[in-house]
Design a protein around this ligand. Structure first.
Ligand SMILES: CC(C)(COP(=O)(O)OP(=O)(O)OC[C@H]1O[C@@H](n2cnc3c(N)ncnc32)[C@H](O)[C@@H]1OP(=O)(O)O)[C@@H](O)C(=O)NCCC(=O)NCCS
Length: 148
């Protein structure tokens, strides 16, 4: 990588947030023949948007959503084509976990595409549900305890 990877929160409504919407659309919806819906974006204003950049280039994103007193949910994890398989997703997960821990959350939950279950397992997440359909494809609920 020509520049180091930086991961930071992106303010809702910022130009970086707009770039993240485009990345979510490109990586998470277009390959399924879908578009981001209003439901996908509902709540974005109150959620924590994580942007991974190399220099000025957005290369990955994820969103954290407080769910209950002890639980943070992670959604919309995506790494740009051409940058996948370079540990960027793993670093976004680690950043999200540190942030959630700092805010005293005890666990992270997420809906993983079945094709991505192995990715989350590599970072210590385990499956807590059977398969269910979301955005037309099978998913599993997964979680990770943040206690040290
Ligand atoms: C899934 C995704 C977020 C992973 O990010 P990434 O930057 O490509 O993955 P990383 O390089 O950080 O991978 C970390 C580890 O997980 C493994 N891994 C990555 N993707 C995997 C997958 N789909 N299945 C199984 N293992 C996977 C890697 O081999 C690596 O293992 P290692 O530590 O033994 O080397 C990314 O590939 C992506 O955006 N895919 C398309 C959209 C998607 O599926 N998003 C997830 C929605 S739930």
């Amino acid at each position: 990588m020509p520049f180091p990877l930086t991961i930071a929160e992106a303010p809702y409504g910022s130009s970086l947030y707009s770039e993240m919407l485009a990345l979510r659309e490109k990586i998470l919806r277009a390959p399924l023949g879908l578009a981001l819906t209003d439901a996908d974006k509902r709540g974005d204003a109150d959620q924590i948007h994580l942007a991974a950049k190399i220099g000025e280039r957005l290369v990955g994103c994820a969103i954290l959503v407080p769910a209950d007193a002890g639980t943070m949910k992670l959604r919309q994890m995506a790494v740009e084509d051409g940058f996948q398989g370079q540990k960027i997703g793993q670093k976004i997960l680690a950043y999200a976990e540190t942030l959630a821990r700092t805010k005293a959350y005890q666990r992270i939950q997420l809906h993983a595409r079945e094709t991505a279950v192995g990715f989350y397992e590599r970072s210590g997440y385990h499956t807590v549900s059977g398969p269910f359909l979301e955005v037309t494809i099978p998913h599993r609920e997964m979680e990770k305890s943040l206690s040290l």
